[in-house]
Design a protein around this ligand. Structure first.
Ligand code: 3BY
Ligand code: FES
Ligand code: FE
Length: 423
């Protein structure tokens, strides 16, 4: 065996980057992606490096960490992340990694602490990341050299976004508009009424693609289709005169309530729009009626349609008058993705009186499981030797085209930055 001839790890990294750039720049536009982009573990590692470690990601909600010392954790590829509310109310984000010998610091998904204490040798950090205590480290030890490594955090409208990039892109315009569109929903006064984590055995891009179209909805989502109107724009070729009249009526109402509704894109990465639900439905519940009697914010009219928020690469959301639903995806492997769904209601709504969490979550629990089956079958077919990229419908799958274009553009642009070396 000739060990010398074996390629060095950084050669193979460069080769993977070249292969990805080649696949993305020669792909057929408006067709699904070439197989390796959905299957290959090296290309998956590149997705983590170039998308999930560089772009802004939806992490969670400020209502989940209401008071100082409240924290939440999540995992971005190999990176454990910690988000914690500081003594002064600031939301801090850190790599959840002790500066002593690197142990993961906080294991719980959520919790409350006075200080951040490493379970291994009890190095103790302030909520703002400063190292306060390290036992017997000798006279030359300088604690100020060993603070937790910060990540970028941005909050708006109750949302927490994080970025592991050194210098993330400016997203302030989207954040300001997000806050504006969410204003009627009183995001300072919400709580999580129900939460689910499901794992889909599929590449994260298939999970997003599935969400970006409703070509599959009539065949798969009977519960959701009681309330969801699949198109969100009067310019949509499928928009009927009845739909346009409904939109005009709702827009008068939204204007009266100062509830922003305009369809707005921020590049292809973020989209905001308020749209009606099916005539007669006011919420995404089984019967289309409000799932929570206490409405969000100061709203008094249950019929508000739904605010739809899209944030690539990892979130979509629906906000009605009575509750909001947030979705977060996190990749777990080349063919494995976690989908976290949270149902939000007014924080003063009383469980068992104003809402029943089991009822509230029914439509999206059903829809998530239907989407899991669809997406896992999509992955199984893509793994076949017979798979070849197929054409998207421009009428029904324009959202998928936009996502795949966004992904390809981000990858090609991030790949053209200098090649990172293995540390
Ligand atoms: O969750 C969503 O936003 C989308 C709307 C269309 C298909 N999917 C259910
Ligand atoms: Fe954290 Fe030792 S690794 S205290
Ligand atoms: Fe679906």
């Amino acid at each position: 065996m000739n060990l010398i001839a074996r390629s060095r790890p950084d050669d193979s990294l460069a080769a993977t980057r070249e292969a990805a750039a080649e696949l993305l720049s020669t792909r057929t536009p408006k067709f699904s992606l070439p197989q390796p982009l959905y299957t290959d573990e090296r290309l998956y590692a590149l997705d983590l490096q170039e998308i999930f470690e560089k772009e802004w990601l939806f992490a969670g909600l400020t209502c989940e960490i209401p008071a100082k010392g409240n924290f939440m954790t999540l995992q971005i590829g190999d990176n454990p992340i910690l988000i914690v509310r500081g003594n002064d109310g600031t939301v801090h984000g850190f790599h959840n990694v002790c500066r002593h010998r690197g142990s993961r610091l906080c294991a719980a998904e959520k919790g409350k602490v006075a200080k951040l204490v490493c379970p291994y040798h009890q190095w103790t950090y302030e909520l703002d990341g400063r190292l306060l205590f390290a036992g017997d480290m000798g006279p030359d030890f300088n604690a100020s050299d060993y603070g937790l490594k910060p990540i970028h955090v941005a909050t708006a409208g109750g949302y927490i976004f994080i970025s592991l990039a050194e210098q993330p892109a400016d997203n302030s315009e989207f954040l300001a508009q997000l806050e504006h569109y969410l204003a009627p929903h009183g995001m300072d006064n919400v709580k999580v009424a129900a939460e689910s984590h499901i794992i889909e055995e599929a590449n994260w891009k298939l999970v997003v693609e599935n969400n970006r179209e409703c070509y599959h909805c009539n065949g798969s989502h009977p519960e959701l289709m009681n309330s969801l109107l699949e198109f969100d724009d009067t310019e949509d070729v499928r928009a009927t005169p009845a739909y346009k009249a409904q939109v005009a009526r709702m827009r008068d109402k939204w204007d009266g309530l100062n509830a922003a509704w305009q369809l707005q894109f921020f590049g292809k990465q973020n989209r905001l729009t308020r749209t009606p639900l099916k005539e007669g439905a006011s919420s995404m519940t089984l019967d289309g009626q409000p799932g929570c009697k206490r409405l969000m914010g100061d709203l008094t009219d249950a019929e508000m349609g739904a605010l739809r928020i899209l944030h690539l690469p990892n979130s979509w959301n629906h906000f009605m008058a009575d509750h909001g639903v947030t979705f977060r995806i996190l990749p777990l492997g080349p063919q494995q993705t976690m989908v976290t769904t949270k149902w939000l209601v007014h924080k003063d709504a009383v469980e068992g009186v104003d809402y029943d969490p089991e009822q509230l979550r029914k439509v999206w629990d059903a829809t998530n499981l239907q989407d899991r089956r669809i997406t896992e079958d999509n992955q199984r077919g893509i793994n076949s030797m017979a798979y070849q990229p197929g054409p998207y419908s421009e009428t029904f799958e324009f959202g998928v085209i936009d996502f795949v274009d966004w992904y390809s553009e981000r990858m090609l642009s991030n790949l053209s930055d200098e090649t990172p070396s293995l540390q």
